[in-house]
Design a protein around this ligand. Structure first.
Ligand code: ZN
Length: 66
């Protein structure tokens, strides 16, 4: 379960209406209204503890070239 940062509702991962990325953290929103509200004021709602680290391509390989 993950928490919608706008309304605080707990939602099932994968059942979120939308996932919005802000400063490298992915937030799940339950409905179009929450998504619009989050996108309007991302800094009000974005709390890294509520989100998940956005997946980045593993393009930094420590042993590359060796
Ligand atoms: Zn919501």
């Amino acid at each position: 379960m993950i928490t919608d940062p706008v309304c605080g509702k707990r939602i099932n991962r994968g059942k979120a209406h939308a996932v919005v990325e802000h400063e490298g953290v992915a937030y799940s929103l339950c409905c179009p209204l929450c998504q619009a509200e989050f996108e309007r004021n991302p800094r009000t709602y974005a709390k890294p503890a509520l989100g998940e680290k956005a997946r980045k391509k593993p393009d930094r390989h420590p042993y590359r070239g060796q």
